[in-house]
Ligand binder design. Structure first.
Ligand code: ZN
Ligand code: ZN
Length: 368
């Protein structure tokens, strides 16, 4: 839960309906997980058994279809929050047919619905099935002040873990040992768990999605540390800092300085009305001008909220127009195959006239 008003969930339901009407959608089918948590306050995960919240765009009562064995007081509370009628189904009956019988026309389905349910649904539904990105993701992308506060609190806690990195990241420890100490610190900060821990030392830093390994951290290594975990409310943190075990070479210090400037320019480009592709361009142009453009091998960032990676994505040419309340990462990196890598990642929130940095730790190449 966030600090937003108690009628938050009906507001969200209404926003989904309004957007669905605008986009010519007749029914929205919300699947278990983050979309469900956004609307009902509960993820309502039920493994391979189908759980779905059906929202008619015309204002009819929403329906919560779920396995009868999952029907608890918590589920009834989640349904009540959005005024939904519960439709339980028993093992051995056809849950897909139950959903299909309640929808028609243009039916927008959560991106998280697995093929296990989506393919049979497409075969029997009276209408056209489309992705609900344009409806649900669009609404979820603009956070309320309470959601931004949750993300800021999660960011503050992950900043506190980075601030203690000298205790964890030491020459002679393996990446896995460092990772275990970081995981404990993330939990000690009151984040529910370490969602991911990347300790990319030396050549491993050149792999953006390295995890941890048995490589021993050595003197002279550049080490990429990308960590995050959610608050109990489900809102995520995600922050990368790069460390140098001993003084870096002049070349590394210069290239890191270019990266830091690229990340600063990208953050400073954040304001309402700007196309999100401009944020990517701000970072990419700066790196390209220094001859490092080809070393920047991924998008500049991703939205963050109840999802760790969610729309809007900060990609080259992306046309999503920034609006107050959008939250996303700004995380350019440079990757020199087989040698070293560096990344600098902060979460920002779009404000009425600019941005708010949710991460505020030191951004330089920190020498340990
Ligand atoms: Zn990250
Ligand atoms: Zn990230």
């Amino acid at each position: 839960m966030t600090s937003d008003a108690p009628d938050l969930h009906p507001h969200r339901l209404n926003a989904i309906r309004v957007r669905a009407q605008q986009r010519g959608i007749d029914h929205v089918v919300v699947y278990s997980g983050e979309d469900m948590a956004y609307l009902t306050g509960q993820r309502l995960d039920s493994h391979e058994r189908l759980t779905a919240l059906i929202i008619p765009a015309d204002g009819d009562t929403p329906l919560l279809v779920l396995p009868s064995l999952e029907l608890t007081e918590t589920v009834r509370g989640a349904a009540d929050l959005v005024g939904a009628t519960v439709l339980p189904w028993a093992d051995g009956t056809d849950a897909v047919a139950l959903v299909a019988g309640k929808v028609s026309g243009r039916v927008a389905v959560s991106t998280a619905m697995p093929a296990l349910h989506l393919v049979p649904l497409q075969l029997v539904v009276d209408g056209e099935v489309v992705l609900a990105s344009d409806v649900i993701d669009h609404v979820r992308a603009v956070k309320t002040p309470g959601e931004v506060d949750e993300l800021a609190e999660a960011a503050r806690r992950i900043d506190a873990v980075h601030a203690r990195m000298d205790e964890f990241l030491q020459v002679g420890r393996t990446e896995a040992e460092v990772g275990a100490l970081i995981t404990a610190a993330i939990e000690a900060e009151g984040l529910t768990h370490a969602e991911f821990v990347i300790v990319g030392s030396g050549p491993h830093g050149a792999d953006p999605h390295h995890g941890v390994s048995d490589r021993v951290v050595r003197d002279g290594d550049i080490v990429v540390v990308d960590i995050g975990g959610p608050l109990a409310s489900g809102y995520h943190s995600d922050c990368t800092r790069t460390y140098s075990m001993g003084e870096p070479s002049d070349r590394v210090a210069e290239e890191y300085a270019v990266l830091q400037e690229a990340q600063r320019l990208a953050r400073e480009a954040v304001r309402p009305g700007v196309a999100i592709g401009e944020i990517d361009a701000a970072a990419r142009d700066q790196l390209s001008a220094a001859g490092l453009g080809e070393r920047f091998i991924h998008r500049t960032g991703h939205g963050i909220g109840l999802g760790l990676h969610e729309p809007p994505f900060v990609t080259a040419g992306a046309e999503t127009v920034l609006a107050e309340g959008m939250t996303f990462s700004v995380e350019p990196g440079i990757y020199l195959d087989g040698r070293w890598g560096a990344r600098l990642e902060d979460i920002v929130a779009v404000t009425a006239d600019g941005r708010r940095d949710l991460n505020n730790g030191e951004r330089g190449l920190r020498v340990l």
